[in-house]
Structure formats: C-alpha cells, structure tokens
Design a protein around this ligand. Structure first.
Ligand SMILES: Nc1ncnc2c1ncn2[C@@H]1O[C@H](COP(=O)(O)OP(=O)(O)OP(=O)(O)O)[C@@H](O)[C@H]1O
Length: 451
C-alpha cells in the first residue's frame, strides 16, 4: 500500500483529499503545516501532496524537506508563478485547485507507478528512515541488502519497537517489486473474527454483514509485497489459507468456490518464538518452515550501546521540530539514564520518552525527570561511574562543557555582545561562532551588535 502525505492547512480540502485517497486503499497521513509535515518524516513516504499556499509558509520548501520522495504540488490561479518555480525545483507534477477527483487520482497513480527512486542508502549502507550504525545493525543492513533482491519469504524477528516494519519497508524498496504495492497488516490489530475476510476477501452474502463482495489485502498486494506483522497472532484457519498462498499462489475468497492466483512476496514479523508456538500447536509447523527461509534478527535497543545516543539525538531533533522547541538538549544525567535504562519498548519507547522530555523541559536542557524513565527498570549505569542522579542544586556540577557552554550562551546572549560572551567563556570570537554553528545555537537577532 503506497503511503501518501498530504500537506494542506485548510481543514475541509485536506480531509476531502484524504478520504478520496483512502477510498483507493492508499495509506494517508496529513499535516497542516511544514513543521507538522517535517515531524512525520516526509522522506519515508512514497508521495507528498502539498498545497503551495500554506498560510505564512512557502510550500515549495516541502521539496527539500521530502527529498528523495516525489512531491506533487497543488495550486490555484493566485499561485501559478510559485507552481512554475516548484516544477523547476523538481516537483513531479502540479494539480489545480479546487481539485478534480478523477484528475487527482490519475495523477497520483501515474506518479506512483513511475520507477521508484533508487534506495538512497547512506554510504554506510543504512537504509532510508533507519538510524544506527553499530555492528549488530550493520549486520541487519547487510542482510537486507542481500535478501531484498532474492524474492524469498523473510521472517523478521525482534522485540516490539525494534524497527521490524522499517526493515520490511527497506526490503520492499530494495526489491524488484519496489514499484508494486507494499501492503502492511498487523495481525494482532484485527479482530480474530474478521482477519480471514480482511486478508483473503469475501463474496457478497458470505456472512452476516457481508453486503458486498470485497477484495482481500493479499490480492491487493498482487505483484508486490505483503508484510504480516505479529504473524504469531494469526488464527489457525487463516494460517491454512496463507500456506496455500505461499505454496501454490492460490487464494479463495470467503464464500467463493473460485480460485484466483496471486504473485505475492511475504515478509512476516514476530516478537514470539514461532518454533515453540508450533510445538504447542498454536502455529502450523509447515507454515513456520515455509516462512523461515531467510531470517533477519533485530537487536533490542539495550544491545546497541554505541547507537543509543545517536538514535536519541535524531529522534530528539524530530520531537523538537514537532513541538516547536528548537535547540533542546539532553543533560548529562539524562544521557546517562538513557544509556543505563533497559528499554523494554525499544526505539518506540525511546521516541516516546524524548517526546515527553521535549514537552516537559522548562529550560534548554532535558533532565532525567522530564524523560520520566521508570526507576525500577534502570540498569546499572553503563559507565563505571557511580554518580547519583543529579539533584537540582548539583546540576551545574553535572553539566558537560558543551551543556555549560550552551546554558551560558542562551542565558547571557541577550545582554552581552559576542566579544563579551567570548571573553567570559575564555575563548576567541571565532571559536564562539564555530561552536554556535556546531551546537545549533544561532545568534539571536535581537542580541546587541558586536562590540
Ligand atoms: N533503527 C531505527 N531508526 C529509526 N527509527 C526507528 C528504528 N527502529 C525503530 N524506529 C522507530 O520506532 C518505531 C517502531 O518501529 P517499528 O514499528 O518498525 O517497530 P516494530 O518492531 O515493527 O514494532 P511492533 O513489533 O511493536 O510492531 C517507529 O516510529 C520507527 O520509526
């Protein structure tokens, strides 16, 4: 299922476009401003549809924020000139407002069926949207790279929140099916009574409430990839049907005698041990062997020591943007807590803790209390240090040099010139400027002019 992000500040057209695209089985997210769009990581979508006339903002900026994702711009007569600029800067197409439903659908479908931009892995080989370069994750990236083109079934294993869906997306993007749909289904999120008809479809009248025939998600993934998250939750009857899809490429809608054929690559994910589930009869052993052709094992966050702080930094920047709190940083004690905590909810839990920190932080530093990590689940600090967590009056002692620098500059820059600030800090003005750039503390416009 292609993922589309709509950026439009007016409620009614935004909702109407969302409804229209969702009726075509696209997965749609919306944002009412550039900041809100940026916080949703636009570069991880398949397409961004952006109004050029956002209140107080320039919609063309979405092009840079979304790259390499294609951007389709919407424009009215008043912003035709901007549309020309946007097209010159790389927008894939332009649609006129008020939008014509058929025209939008045709354009969206045309843009999405173009050859997908080649996966833009960083030189280190990190797939788009994923953060982390520790040895364990390098192995994951290598597995993705080798497995993606092979068109085999893949079983992704790992605790909740370790990024299994991100791996599935990377596998799809790097496969020869990249232009075809990727359909993601969380088997745990669909009621047991509905899952078979959701996956395999049904005929009209197949059961009470089946007022019309419906295509299932497996058929919707024909030619592309089906990602079944939490496959351990799939009921036994649905497991039997899935096995037929894998063995024969055959599918039969509920209530139908007709057999259809599909060409689907399956990626399955679970945090459970499918082999022991199959010993207890909860999971079909034959399906387990069929799924287990290739495995990718995601390490829990607590085993990615080298990565935790760099992941935290990127997620923190995203949360700062989302909540319009630029430049917030983690105090040294907060960093120590992050390193020492066991992270049972992995990257998702880290994302949530940082979001909490950004919302609760009062100054420019995020302290342990702002993160609110449960005390009883903290591990021994990773460093040998036995520093107690900082009491407020000790906070100054607890600051790293960078924290101190940032704290000092933010507190005094309104009253001091750059020369005075540099003198007080005992550094040159050039060094002050360089550190400002590195730490992202641009000089306040209202600060006094240089002496
Ligand atoms: N390596 C990573 N880099 C960046 N973000 C990550 C990484 N791993 C996970 N995330 C983020 O953590 C969240 C959870 O990721 P995802 O849904 O892929 O995990 P999951 O293992 O499929 O979880 P679950 O099993 O609970 O469905 C998402 O917001 C995702 O963007």
């Amino acid at each position: 299922m292609s993922r589309i992000l709509i950026v439009e500040n007016e409620d009614a057209p935004r909702q109407a476009l969302k409804d229209l695209l969702e009726r075509q089985a696209y997965s749609v997210a919306t944002a009412a401003s550039l900041d809100a769009a940026q916080a949703l990581a636009p570069q991880t979508f398949d397409l961004v549809v952006c109004d050029l006339r956002l209140v107080g903002e320039d919609g063309t900026q979405m092009l840079a924020l979304s790259a390499p994702t294609p951007v389709l711009v919407m424009t009215d007569h008043a912003s035709l000139r901007k549309a020309v600029v946007a097209l010159k800067e790389g927008a894939v197409d332009c649609i006129a407002k008020p939008v014509d439903d058929d025209n939008v659908l045709a354009t969206v479908s045309r843009v999405l069926s173009r050859p997908a931009p080649k996966e833009t892995a960083a030189p280190s080989g990190v797939p788009r949207g994923m953060i982390g370069e520790c040895v364990a994750m390098q192995r994951v990236y290598e597995r993705i790279r080798k497995t993606a083109p092979a068109d085999v079934t893949v079983l992704v294993q790992g605790e909740s929140g370790t990024g299994k869906e991100l791996v599935a997306r990377a596998l799809h993007r790097q496969s020869r099916r990249a232009k075809a749909p990727l359909i993601c289904v969380n088997c745990a999120a669909i009621p047991e009574t509905l899952i078979e008809s959701e996956l395999f479809g049904h005929e009209k009248g197949a059961f009470t409430g089946a007022n019309s025939a419906r295509t299932g998600l497996v058929e919707a993934a024909d030619g592309g990839t089906l990602f079944l998250d939490e496959i351990g939750e799939l009921p036994l009857d649905a497991q039997a049907r899935l096995l037929r899809v894998l063995q024969e490429g055959e599918i039969r809608r509920i209530g139908s005698v007709e057999t259809r054929y599909v060409d689907v690559r399956l990626i399955a994910a679970t945090h459970r041990d499918l082999h022991s589930l199959s010993r207890s009869g909860e999971f079909r052993l034959d399906l387990y062997y069929r799924l287990n052709v290739m495995q990718i094992e995601l390490p829990p966050l607590r085993e990615r020591d080298d990565d935790i702080l760099s992941i935290a930094q990127v997620l923190l920047e995203r949360a700062c943007t989302r909540h319009a709190r630029p430049g917030l940083r983690l105090s040294r004690a907060a960093r120590r807590d992050i390193l020492g905590y066991a992270w049972p909810g992995n990257v998702r839990e880290l994302e949530n803790a940082l979001e909490r920190g950004v919302i609760l932080a009062e100054g420019h530093l995020i302290h342990p209390d702002d993160l609110g990590l449960p005390l009883e689940r903290r591990q021994e600090p990773v460093s040998a240090s036995s520093e107690p967590s900082a009491a407020p009056e000790e906070e100054d002692d607890d600051l790293s040099l960078e924290d101190y620098f940032q704290h000092f500059v933010l507190e005094h820059q309104a009253q001091m010139s750059e020369t005075e600030l540099a003198q007080k800090l005992g550094i040159s003005r050039k060094c002050l400027w360089e550190r400002r750039q590195r730490l992202g503390i641009p000089r306040k416009k209202n600060a006094r002019r240089l002496a």
